[in-house]
Design a protein. Structure first.
Length: 90
């Protein structure tokens, strides 16, 4: 999805530019975090397998599942709660 931008709540993710904005202010999510977030927003409402997420953030590289857990936890903390009090990443 080259050139696609994804808006959710106060956020705008532009995977091709490698940027995440909150209320038009850049948010430092890191390379892996942006790759994971892009994989998730490209398939809203779907459940992605760990292998799919790991391949999105670490393509062609063998990594421990703990790395994925840490990255997802960091994204949840960075994004904070949604307006309804729920999590952006379930």
């Amino acid at each position: 999805m080259q050139g696609s931008r994804f808006a959710f709540g106060p956020y705008v993710l532009d995977p091709s530019a490698g940027t995440l904005l909150r209320n038009d202010v850049p948010v430092a999510a890191g390379y892996r975090g942006l790759k994971l977030l892009a994989a998730l927003v490209e398939r809203p409402g779907e459940i992605l397998a760990k292998a799919e997420l790991m391949d999105a953030a670490w393509p062609g590289t063998a990594v421990e599942e703990g790395n994925l857990t840490v990255q997802i936890a960091q994204l949840r903390k960075l994004l904070g709660p949604a307006a309804d009090g729920g999590d952006w990443i379930a």
